[in-house]
Design a binder for this molecule. Structure first.
Ligand code: NDP
Ligand code: 8X3
Length: 252
């Protein structure tokens, strides 16, 4: 059977681009997300185009019972996952901490930190049984630098950075590689989600410079996943050429 990649948050942006790229490379796919219609459409498209098998996990990563139940319900052949891409994540709001919305904070911490952990717990145990695997976490430049009003989103991505380091130590004896990718500005649905559907404000985020696109990050992830057995890429920070740091973007 072909190798299997499990991608969380495959209904949009970086996760969807990873699904396209790994399918092109012949991987069978487990695609997860909350929007079932998108998962079904993508699964049908990739099966037809690349003749790969696709399983769907239609769950919210914040719901730990559902994460465990849905993943464990997959047939045994799907549990031979070679690569887990912990991509599902979001930012909500961009406010100084004193004005922050508690629900926004919960959503970010529950998704970006706890959701990633729930999926990792299940899949790392499959990988331990299989004696190999590779986990690739989506961090962010926001997990390396704190920027104004980024407070809780940055904290959630600093947590991902810490988890990538911790997972690498704990899983090393089991033959499992752990890597992280930390992008700067990537034009996806990310800003629309951050600004709660305000498309104009979202568009402004990327005005006056050329941001990264989802496939730029998928290609980086593919590079990491396709290294030989003796090579692990711990961490890659990928920025748009026009972005020198989290807060320094050169706009025309
Ligand atoms: P998108 O908004 O385009 O995609 C986010 C994906 O995450 C969607 O597929 C969404 O699926 C899924 N998701 C969000 N919340 C949940 C949830 N509770 N349960 C299950 N799935 C969820 O954003 P990006 O592709 O840009 O973001 C992907 C990752 O990359 C995130 O972790 C983000 O923090 C990180 N990142 C993004 C950057 C950027 O500038 N865009 C830069 C650095 C890092 P659905 O809504 O269907 O559940
Ligand atoms: C997304 C990039 O700079 O908006 O993680 O935090 S940023």
């Amino acid at each position: 059977m072909a190798k299997i990649v499990l991608i969380t948050g495959a209904t949009a942006g970086i996760g969807e681009a990873c699904a396209q790229l790994f399918a092109r490379e012949g991987y069978n796919l487990i695609l997860t997300g909350r929007r079932l219609d998108r998962l079904e459409k993508l699964a049908a498209k990739l099966h037809k185009k690349h003749n790969v098998e696709v399983a769907i996990g239609n769950f919210d990563v914040r719901d730990r019972e559902q994460v465990i139940t849905d993943l464990e319900a997959l047939p045994a052949k799907w549990k031979k996952v070679s690569v887990l891409i912990n991509n599902a994540g979001l930012s909500q709001g961009l406010d100084p901490v004193q004005n922050g919305d508690l629900d926004d904070w919960d959503r970010m911490i529950d998704t970006n930190v706890k959701g990633l952990l729930y999926v990792t717990k299940v899949v790392s145990n499959w990988m331990i049984k299989n004696g190999s695997g590779h986990i690739i976490n989506l961090g962010s430049i926001a997990g390396k630098e704190v920027y104004p009003n980024g407070n809780v989103y940055c904290a959630s991505k600093f947590a991902v950075d810490a988890l990538s380091r911790g997972m690498r130590i704990d899983l090393l004896p089991h033959g499992i590689k752990v890597s992280s990718v930390d992008p700067g500005a990537v034009e996806t649905e990310f800003s629309e989600v951050r600004f709660k559907g305000d498309k104009e404000r979202a568009k402004k985020t990327y005005e006056g410079f050329e941001p990264l696109n989802a496939m730029d990050i998928a290609e980086t992830i593919w590079f990491i996943a396709s290294r030989p057995k003796n090579v692990n890429i711990n961490d890659i920070v990928v920025m748009p050429t026009a972005q020198a740091s989290a807060t320094n973007i050169f706009r025309h």
